[in-house]
Ligand binder design. Structure first.
Ligand code: ZN
Length: 139
């Protein structure tokens, strides 16, 4: 009588050695687990184009810097360009532009800024994103 042997593919995710025991076991020992995990982390970093997480990081940093000015929807703040740059603000990246007759607002999420004639920066906050959240909940 012929015996059918199924290939289980149950092998260590790092060294490829056959594994015995629990079906959810992924590595043969702690050394392989540690090496496997650090390789996986490194691979994620290398696979992702560097600029993708650099831009995401800069957008979030811009948002945080504007939030830290204490701005609120009905309370815009005027700051210097230098004070924003000192904190690492990146004027290159923003999520959207609002064009008005008085100039363009560059937004990073709900916070935005506009360059004033005196060289200073007006920081504003919009309720637009809150409204979007409410609308989505209504549907
Ligand atoms: Zn192993």
């Amino acid at each position: 009588m012929a015996t059918i042997r199924y290939e289980t593919e149950h092998r260590c995710a790092h060294c490829g050695k056959e594994l015995f025991g629990r079906a959810d076991k992924k590595y043969c020992n702690d050394t392989c687990r540690n090496k496997g995990n650090s390789n996986r982390r490194r691979r994620i970093k290398w696979d992702e184009p560097k600029f993708v997480y650099q831009i995401s990081r800069d957008l979030l940093r811009n948002r945080k810097i504007m939030a830290e000015t204490g701005v609120w929807t009905d309370d815009p703040k005027v700051v210097t360009r230098g004070s924003l740059l000192d904190k690492g603000f990146n004027f290159e990246f923003y999520t959207n532009i609002l064009k008005t007759s008085k100039g363009d607002y560059h937004y990073c999420y709900e916070y935005g800024y506009k360059e004033l004639d005196n060289g200073k920066i007006l920081v504003v906050m919009t309720e637009k994103y809150f409204e979007m959240t409410i609308k989505i909940k209504d549907y």
